[in-house]
Design a protein around this ligand. Structure first.
Ligand SMILES: [Zn+2]
Length: 446
């Protein structure tokens, strides 16, 4: 297949399809997948019958709103029931060629099965995102993501199918990864935002200047929010002298749900695969595009395990307005995980908002730890930061500046700001950092 290397699109017809046509195509696929799920997955048969809905009720895209939600708990409850793959699975096991699983960090790991066609379409979507950020066959690409069961691991095949030279890095120790970057001079790497930051710092400390000694032009980040936080993205870009693009995948669906384009204003979602809704986190009421709520996804083409109205637990909003890049697929903007959100004085606080403030301040390293706790039966938060070794200000001054900046951005002051010396916080874990400690004992329902 000859492909125009100068075209900015992997699949121009699909990516720039007028929305009317895109939605027509979504409706056809929605009708088919809801029928397929009802006829083949025992859970959907039961739940649609109980809710009094039928596949034939889908006449417009909005008719999906009549159907019941599912969530992570539905996956856990139905996993292993009836068959190895569980009651949400709609194909026999012999049609399944791959499963990934979630990390299980918030409960029992859940698995995501793929048929051969599901898997190939997953990788074609990944090629599309790689092409979108400018990857071309001449690029050398290091896939520095976990391969063990993780749905982001196989995304490397999307880069290979595109024609790039791929190095399957996995979660190499940083010394080894830096050796690879220095010796093979790759141009693109994918890792987590916190690890991109740590790796750049480690390079500098070991006498390697990422801007001069390495050839990385683009960094893809995923797995944490940082790539969508402007201050964090810019800090990584300055450290590496490279462009940073945020990608978004879900272990429940596939590793290629959405990705930034050159406009870096939200992430285009593959609307030919996913029908997006946003709903009120308390009531489940469907919200309009632009309103912030929980993202709910319906998979339109994944046959091994269709997800009909899956509550993702991610909070964000969808933007269907035209993007300057020319792509017509909508963009999602993600604020954070519902599980990580906490409420202080009736204000919804996301760790990503705190990170944006911390990363935007000078004189501190950008490392942080958030503690959420109760005092007098109300929720409070405190923030721990590190001051740079050349910062002449007193700890009290830095704490006050930080508290004021947090109040200005978020609307509620932290209970306290603790200032540590450079390197004093134990948050520099490799690949994925945990920066929130929830010490609350009361049950909070959000
Ligand atoms: Zn765009």
């Amino acid at each position: 297949m000859s492909r125009d290397l100068n075209s900015k699109f992997w699949n121009e017809e699909l990516e720039t399809m007028p929305r009317e046509e895109l939605e027509k195509r979504q409706l056809e696929d929605l009708k088919e997948i809801v029928k397929f799920a009802y006829e083949n997955a025992p859970y959907y048969k039961r739940s649609f019958d109980e809710a009094g809905v039928k596949p034939e009720d889908i006449k417009t895209l909005k008719d999906i709103q009549k159907f019941p939600f599912i969530d992570k708990k539905t996956q856990r409850d139905t996993q292993g029931k009836g068959s190895f793959l569980g009651e949400l699975c709609a194909v026999p096991e012999e049609d399944v060629v791959f499963i990934s699983t979630s990390s299980g960090s918030t409960g029992v790991p859940t698995m995501s099965p793929f048929t051969k066609k599901d898997f190939d379409e997953f990788q074609d979507t990944e090629s599309r995102w790689f092409w979108q950020i400018g990857m071309r066959p001449k690029d050398r690409y290091v896939h520095a993501l976990n391969f063990s069961l993780y749905v982001g691991g196989p995304d490397v095949i999307g880069a290979q199918n595109l024609g790039a030279l791929c190095i399957w890095g996995g979660t190499l120790p940083s010394e080894r990864l830096l050796f690879v970057l220095k010796t093979y001079q790759p141009t693109i790497i994918w890792t987590s935002p916190s690890y991109a930051w740590q790796l750049g710092e480690k390079a500098l400390k070991s006498g390697i200047d990422p801007k001069k000694d390495l050839n990385i032009k683009k960094i893809i980040v995923a797995g944490e929010l940082g790539g969508s936080i402007d201050a964090t993205r810019k800090a990584i870009e300055d450290l590496w002298g490279a462009e940073v693009y945020d990608f978004y995948g879900l272990s429940d669906i596939f590793g290629a749900c959405a990705a930034m384009c050159e406009a870096k204003d939200g992430l285009h979602i593959a609307e030919n695969h996913i029908l997006v809704e946003t709903v009120d986190i308390h009531t489940g009421e469907v919200l309009e595009p632009g309103q912030v709520g929980e993202l709910v996804f319906t998979t339109l083409r994944k046959h091994a395990r269709p997800l009909i109205r899956f509550r993702t637990g991610d909070i964000g909003w969808i933007d269907n307005t035209p993007c300057s890049c020319g792509r017509t697929h909508g963009r999602i903007h993600i604020s954070g995980r519902k599980d990580d959100m906490f409420i202080v004085s009736a204000v919804n606080v996301f760790p990503s908002d705190i990170e944006a403030v911390i990363r935007d301040m000078s004189g501190i390293t950008g490392e942080y730890l958030i503690r959420v706790f109760e005092k007098d039966y109300t929720c409070k938060y405190s923030v721990e930061i590190e001051k740079k070794s050349d910062n002449q200000k007193s700890d009290d001054e830095i704490a006050k500046e930080t508290a004021d900046a947090l109040k200005a951005r978020i609307g509620v002051k932290p209970y306290s700001v603790v200032v540590h010396p450079d390197g004093g916080l134990d948050t520099r874990s490799e690949h994925k950092s945990r920066r929130i400690i929830d010490e609350r004992k009361l049950d909070y329902v959000i």
